[in-house]
Design a protein around this ligand. Structure first.
Ligand code: HEC
Ligand code: HEC
Ligand code: HEC
Ligand code: HEC
Length: 236
């Protein structure tokens, strides 16, 4: 009897160890989405699970909606693959209390976002679709945020439109000398405006948003708890 019981015990121990290993693996796999980057966000247009209001049937590549390794746009960086919107007119934010210089239209750090978010160009309209096709549309639209040709519509909460008067100003050359309510640039400090400015100069969409990472929700570049993001630039 004894040896048998010991054998069973050994087997039990082994099973326990295996279960522990499996649990560790399961925990690791479950932890991956938090580190998954763009794949687990609404910017994964291949997946109705990740992006339920805006996805494309028959698509598999995630990055290609925005980047291409060949035949990319030379207008925007980095290796931009979405149809560009340089000629689209935008109505800029206006206000009597603005002191800094605002351009007549947004710069690249906003145009790249608006090329989808203004609703004038299909989300799947690419310079280079996967395969040998060249420029064209990738997949067929699905989800309540898109129209039949794949453009974002005002039914999506992420629709920004071409009228930017109701949005935080963009196209602004950041200059705290013109307004004492703003932190000065220091050259490189991470706790000041510097790192947030497009090309080191401008307030654009990418000052506050990182299109790859939804850690802080709404693709924010950092946490806005207690308005910390706002206070990187604004003094009050
Ligand atoms: C919805 C559009 C979108 C998707 C999808 C996307 N990117 Fe990007 N990516 C951008 C934008 C916009 C920038 C420029 C960011 C900036 O200027 O702040 C960028 C920048 C980059 C850069 C330059 C360095 C950096 O992080 O700023 C790399 C590398 C990159 N993307 C890789 C990828 C890869 C790999 C994927 C797929 C797994 C991907 N991107 C998916 C929009 C996207
Ligand atoms: C290739 C097209 C495309 C580009 C480029 C793009 N977006 Fe999006 N974005 C979308 C679509 C489509 C959605 C999902 C809309 C929906 O769910 O209704 C979305 C969703 C979002 C959301 C909502 C996220 C949420 O959790 O609800 C934010 C914020 C956003 N985008 C910001 C940006 C910013 C900022 C940029 C530029 C740095 C950008 N996007 C570039 C197409 C794009
Ligand atoms: C000064 C910072 C800042 C700038 C610049 C900015 N955003 Fe946002 N954006 C935010 C914050 C903060 C939120 C989250 C708002 C909330 O939680 O209510 C947000 C939310 C969004 C959303 C989600 C829908 C919504 O209205 O809440 C979209 C889409 C979006 N931004 C796109 C853009 C685009 C496109 C640009 C450039 C034209 C831009 N943002 C410029 C800070 C900014
Ligand atoms: C990257 C720097 C930066 C960040 C981050 C930022 N802002 Fe701004 N904001 C500016 C600049 C620059 C102006 C234009 C100031 C001027 O021209 O005097 C501005 C203007 C504004 C205005 C309009 C002021 C007016 O006179 O009409 C409001 C309101 C505002 N910001 C709120 C916010 C909020 C809320 C946040 C956080 C979600 C935020 N900002 C984050 C730089 C920033």
């Amino acid at each position: 009897m004894w040896p048998k019981t010991r054998e069973v015990e050994r087997e039990l121990r082994q099973m326990k160890r295996q279960t522990r290993i499996i649990m560790v693996l399961v925990t690791l796999v479950m932890a991956v989405p938090a580190l998954g980057g763009v794949v687990d966000t609404k910017h994964n247009f291949t997946s109705p699970t990740a992006s339920p209001n805006a996805y494309f049937f028959g698509t598999r590549q995630v990055c290609v909606f925005c980047h291409a390794v060949h035949n990319a746009s030379t207008t925007y960086s980095p290796l931009w693959n979405h149809e560009t919107n340089g000629a689209t007119p935008y109505t800029m934010y206006t206000s009597d209390t603005m002191d800094m210089v605002q351009s007549a239209s947004p710069h690249e750090g906003s145009l790249i976002c608006l090329s989808c978010h203004d609703g004038t160009i299909a989300v799947n309209s690419l310079n280079n679709v996967p395969g040998p096709e060249g420029a064209g549309n990738y997949g067929a639209p699905g989800g309540s945020g898109l129209d039949a040709s794949g453009r974002l519509t005002s039914s999506s909460h992420a629709f920004v439109g071409t009228d930017l008067r109701d949005d935080h100003p963009v196209g602004i050359l950041y200059d705290a000398n013109r307004d004492p309510a703003f932190h000065p640039k220091t050259g490189s400090s991470a706790s000041y405006p510097d790192k947030l400015l497009d090309q080191g100069l401008y307030v654009e969409c990418n000052s506050c948003h990182n299109p790859h990472d939804n850690t802080y929700t709404n693709f924010l570049t950092e946490s806005n708890a207690s308005s910390a993001l706002c206070l990187r630039c604004h003094i009050q």
